[in-house]
Design a protein around this ligand. Structure first.
Ligand SMILES: Nc1ncnc2c1ncn2[C@@H]1O[C@H](COP(=O)(O)OP(=O)(O)O)[C@@H](O)[C@H]1O
Ligand SMILES: [Mg+2]
Length: 272
């Protein structure tokens, strides 16, 4: 019996992208947002970045997605320097195709002059490789997966609530089918029940496509649910990192312990 190439051919499967941040510092004028931050985001790995407000999480999310450049230190993508990749238009497009950001501030994600449908269709065509009809189909599919009311896509961004816009912004990132999704407080404006739907979807997307997830959040339960690795930041520095459950169950650093305690106090309050 002969086996033809068709029979053994494995369907094209996306692979995650490996990102390494080494000794990254970022200053805004005199203000140092992050200093000496190093971590590895393994290909297809799901990594949480937690810490209080002001600890430098969003700055790292922007640096990893190439929106901001480090003042010092390097970020490499599958071993290649991110700054040199972003130096060409082709490199930028390729990186946008592979790595998508769900920004903390969703007001800047959508052009107020366009209906949401347009803001989803364009990246589906330019980055996702769909033709016009395929893009429309992809819009229908991704919004359905996220439990979005189909009529919302015909609205303008200003006509949506913060939570609705947040879900749309996740749809806009996922429609590209990225190898790495960077979520910056991407579920913070959602009701708990909707959060569950979205978190399940993010996890499933990562598992089904071998895609990585960088999940930036100040919510420990959500982060524990979707990630396997955790990086704890405080005052612009990494204070602890490791397997998510290990770090949360046996915190080594006093700051991590404080975060865990603060969360438990809130839970007990809610329960009483
Ligand atoms: N564009 C900016 N200009 C000046 N300071 C900034 C800017 N972006 C962030 N910072 C400062 O850097 C620190 C870290 O901010 P950020 O990365 O947004 O933290 P987080 O997302 O953890 O809340 C904060 O003190 C913040 O005020
Ligand atoms: Mg932030």
């Amino acid at each position: 019996m002969t086996i033809t190439a068709d029979e053994v051919a494995v369907p094209a499967r996306r692979t995650g992208v490996r990102i390494e941040a080494r000794n990254v510092r970022r200053a805004y004028g005199r203000k140092t947002a992050v200093r000496d931050v190093s971590f590895v985001l393994g290909a297809g790995e799901r990594v949480g970045i937690v810490g209080e407000s002001g600890s430098g999480k969003s700055t790292m999310a922007k640096i990893v997605t190439g929106l901001e450049r480090p003042s010092d230190g390097t970020v490499t993508v599958d071993g290649q320097d991110l700054a040199s990749l972003m130096a060409t238009r082709a490199g930028q497009l390729e990186y946008r195709r592979r790595v998508q950001l769900v920004a903390q501030d969703t007001t800047s994600t959508f052009d107020p002059r366009h209906r949401i449908r347009e803001s989803l269709r364009v990246p589906a065509q330019i980055l996702g490789g769909h033709d016009r009809a395929g893009a429309d189909q992809a819009v229908g599919q991704i919004t359905a997966e996220l439990g979005i009311d189909p009529s919302w896509v015909d609205r303008y961004p200003g006509e949506l609530s913060g939570g609705q816009r947040q879900r749309m912004s996740i749809a806009r990132a996922l429609i590209v089918r990225p190898d790495l999704l960077v979520c910056d407080e991407a579920v913070s404006a959602l009701d708990v029940s909707v959060q569950g739907v979205v978190l399940n979807l993010l996890k499933r997307y990562s598992e089904d496509h071998g895609a990585g997830l960088m999940f930036v959040s100040h919510g420990l339960p959500a982060t524990a649910f979707v990630t396997r690795e955790l990086v704890v930041m405080n005052g612009g520095e990494v204070v602890e990192s490791g397997r998510t459950l290990e770090v949360l169950e046996h915190p080594k650093h006093p700051y991590t312990q404080k975060l865990v305690d603060a969360h438990q106090a809130v839970e007990e309050d809610a329960a009483s």
